[in-house]
Design a protein around this ligand. Structure first.
Ligand code: NAD
Length: 376
């Protein structure tokens, strides 16, 4: 197999963590016998400096023509005062839209070595391993009508007329395509799908629920349950190990994926994938961290784990992805930590050292598996 990958390293720590992730990908390619051809394009603030826009048509075309896209991070103080449309973050929204990325996948998996640094108790976190699958291009963030009226004059009558409004709308097609993804993901994991909505209050949620129930007939091996979003938020914090795949809409997914991320680790540890019918984009959840950019302090684990997701979700190479994730786990178990996850008694390491340790552990685990030794 030959993977054609477009790299958008972006700004701040984006290029550092992207370089780390590409090194690990190249190693996986060598060992698992596939090849990777990467092309690096300017994106975000860097692209604004060079071309005046965060995403050029040429870069977009390269992304559309490749098998997959990997993004570092964008943004920084240098571009903060630009008008909204010209900001680096506008490039993010545009690329997600142009690639038709309707599903966002955020895993919430606990690294054993970091279990004590969570804000939750170890007993609560034990065995946590689930995915939040969020609909990304519909719902209240995109629905019309939307707007607000605000009268500047200070009169009671005028204040009574002021209001703000958005519309939560989902079409059958939008619900079906994300729900099918959810059933398929659950089928490939532990077979449990939890659909999260607010069907006790919202008609659009009732509609969502009825379609999910209808599709369940095509996936009889998957156990389907429904939760209201308020209960889901409580359950994620109370007993996260009960979940396998959480399927939900744009607004609820935005909030639940952040709760899920935070219980399992720091920003530097969280990978993500955004998937469409033909295209996919993988990126760490964190931003460009301008406060530590260029200092070899960035935690590359979120980016490296995002590369593992790329192998699993775009190229069905779960074995290679598992070796990468095991190598991360073993590196943490050996006590190596970047500053963001450092604690007393651990070994402080920079971006390059952590990456090297992960690569060494990858080699070791790969060789153990080739010899039939299964230890972590
Ligand atoms: P941030 O995620 O960049 O940083 C928040 C804090 O976490 C900082 O203290 C930072 O040092 C730390 N941090 C983040 N990632 C880290 C890593 N890998 N290793 C070690 N420490 C890490 O969020 P912010 O400070 O709110 O935003 C900075 C810029 O990034 C802004 O311009 C923002 O718009 C942009 N941003 C971009 C994305 C993206 O590209 N997807 C996401 C969020 C924010």
């Amino acid at each position: 197999m030959n993977i054609k990958l477009t790299l958008l390293p972006g700004d701040g720590i984006g290029p550092e963590v992207t370089a780390a992730a590409v090194k690990v990908l190249q190693l996986a390619a060598d060992r698992f016998n596939f090849s990777v051809k990467t092309e690096t394009c300017s994106f975000g603030g860097q692209s604004i400096d060079e071309y005046g826009v965060p995403l050029t048509e040429e870069t977009l075309q390269k992304c559309l023509d490749s098998d997959s896209v990997f993004l570092g991070a964008v943004g920084g103080p240098k571009w903060e005062d630009l008008e909204q449309q010209r900001k680096p973050e506008a490039g993010l929204l545009k690329i997600r839209k142009e690639l038709g990325l309707f599903a966002n996948i955020r895993p919430a998996k606990i690294y054993q070595a970091l279990i004590d640094s969570s804000t939750l108790k170890k007993e609560v976190l034990q065995d946590t391993d689930f995915i939040v699958l969020r609909e990304l291009t519909g719902g209240i963030y995109f629905g019309n009508p939307r707007g607000y009226t605000l009268n500047k004059t200070d009169s009671a009558e005028r204040h009574r007329q002021e209001k703000g409004w958005n519309t939560m709308v989902y079409t059958r097609k939008e619900v079906e395509r994300i729900a099918r993804r959810g059933f398929e993901m659950a089928r490939g994991r532990r077979g449990k799908l939890t659909s999260v909505d607010k069907a006790n209050v919202l008609d659009v949620s009732q509609f969502w629920r009825e379609i999910v129930i209808e599709l369940h007939k095509d996936y009889p091996q998957v156990e389907l349950t429904h939760l209201y979003v308020d209960n889901a938020a409580m359950q994620i914090v109370r007993e996260p190990s009960q979940f396998d795949v959480i399927l939900t809409g744009n607004l609820f997914g935005d909030i639940l994926s952040d709760i899920a991320g935070m219980i399992t680790g720091s920003l530097g540890m969280l990978p993500s994938a955004s998937i469409g019918k033909q295209h996919a984009l993988y990126e760490p959840v964190h931003g460009s961290a301008p406060d530590i950019a260029g200092e070899n302090k960035a935690n590359p684990i979120a980016a490296i784990a995002s590369m593992a997701m790329l192998l699993e979700h775009s190229f069905e190479m779960k074995k290679a992805a598992d070796v990468i994730n095991d190598a991360i786990e073993r590196t943490l178990a050996q006590g190596y930590r970047t500053a963001d996850i450092f604690s007393e008694g651990m070994r402080l390491a920079g971006t390059t050292e952590i990456t090297e340790r992960i690569m060494e552990n990858f080699e070791e685990i790969f060789n153990e598996q080739a010899l039939g030794v299964f230890t972590l």
